[in-house]
Design a protein around this ligand. Structure first.
Ligand SMILES: *[C@@H]1O[C@H](CO)[C@@H](O)[C@H](O)[C@H]1NC(C)=O
Ligand SMILES: *[C@@H]1O[C@H](CO)[C@@H](O)[C@H](O)[C@H]1NC(C)=O
Ligand SMILES: *[C@@H]1O[C@H](CO)[C@@H](O)[C@H](O)[C@H]1NC(C)=O
Length: 300
């Protein structure tokens, strides 16, 4: 479908605070599905009441569907952490400085991970916690979900193939969509193709194989804050190197869908979705292992 410039202008004018677009979230979940241990898959299929291959992908965008509802309003701040740095000269995230009183993606990952591990919590609460963890672990890998400048780029207007859009939307959706052959493709087939490629690149022989172990180094189930601060810091570093390499003013009105900017952005997006998916698999493994160990201890 061809979207007119006028319609895109309208879209850009809407109050926006989206999230890693559905393509990014679904692909992240599908990559994770390919790397979890069999016991992890069994555990989460039961918890999420879905024994198809899409048991993770099917819930990956749920957190976005409730954030603008009356009930879900309290989760709005959980999708990001607003680093008060000053790209491109200084990038950096600090938990005490940047995590708001009403929470942020780092505190949310801690909160919902600990709920998942809480055997006393009723099943529907643990199911909900799983959906939040799956979503927020994806969000933290989108560089502009770790940046304060112009509300994570929502206030920066740029051009994408001649249409006016905001920079946050570009990094949530436009880059990935263009990598996959343009808007108008259904998310599931596109995400399946993308996740299959990323999975091959992470596996032995792929271009990410040599670094994959470093992606989960220092991952600590007992310290989700420190663990996810590591992810946030890494993600935020791309704000200086690839998102705003010349700073926030210089990018206003620039065409970003062509040339060097897009090339670099596509590389970063691919890497971040691969990392997010692989880390999600390992994080869910750690959770399922802990729960299964508790269950066997209880049987003794
Ligand atoms: C499992 O999830 C997929 C993807 O959302 C969905 O199409 C399917 O209907 C779900 N199956 C069950 C049993 O809920
Ligand atoms: C933790 O999760 C619960 C349940 O969704 C929520 O009510 C609470 O506000 C969360 N706390 C923090 C600090 O994020
Ligand atoms: C996936 O890999 C195939 C074969 O190398 C390639 O043609 C295609 O463009 C790739 N798709 C994505 C989304 O990376």
């Amino acid at each position: 479908m061809k979207v007119s410039t006028a319609a895109m202008g309208l879209l850009a004018a809407l109050p926006t605070a989206h999230s890693w677009g559905s393509l990014g979230h679904i692909t992240t979940a599908m990559v994770a599905t390919n790397f979890v241990q069999p016991e992890t898959a069994s555990y989460f299929k039961v918890l999420l009441r879905n024994d198809t291959e899409h048991y993770l992908a099917g819930v990956a965008t749920w957190a976005d569907s409730i954030r603008y509802t009356k009930w879900g309003r309290f989760t709005a701040a959980f999708h990001f952490i607003d680093a008060h740095d000053s790209p491109p000269t200084y990038c950096g995230v600090e938990f005490d400085r940047d995590c708001k009183e009403n929470g942020c993606v780092v505190s949310a990952l801690q909160n919902y991970t600990s709920q998942l591990l809480d055997g006393e919590l009723v099943a529907w609460r643990r199911m909900q916690a799983a959906k939040f963890v799956i979503h927020f672990l994806g969000d933290i890998h989108q560089p502009l979900h770790t940046e304060d400048v112009a509300k994570g780029g929502n206030g920066i207007h740029v051009l994408w193939n001649g249409n006016e859009v905001n920079l946050h939307h570009v990094w949530d959706s436009s880059i990935a969509e263009q990598m996959l052959g343009g808007i108008g493709r259904k998310p599931y087939p596109a995400a399946l193709e993308w996740s299959a490629n990323l999975t091959a690149e992470i596996q032995t022989g792929g271009k990410y194989a040599a670094q994959r172990e470093s992606w989960t180094k220092g991952m600590m189930l007992d310290d989700p804050i420190q663990t996810s601060m590591g992810w946030a810091t890494e993600s935020n570093s791309f704000v200086c190197s690839a998102v705003l390499p010349e700073g926030p003013s210089a990018i206003v009105g620039q065409e970003l869908a062509l040339g060097e900017y897009f090339q670099r952005a596509a590389e970063v997006t691919e890497l971040q979705v691969a990392r997010g998916g692989y880390r999600l698999a390992k994080w869910l493994d750690l959770i399922a292992e802990r729960i299964n160990a508790q269950a066997s201890a209880d049987e003794l």
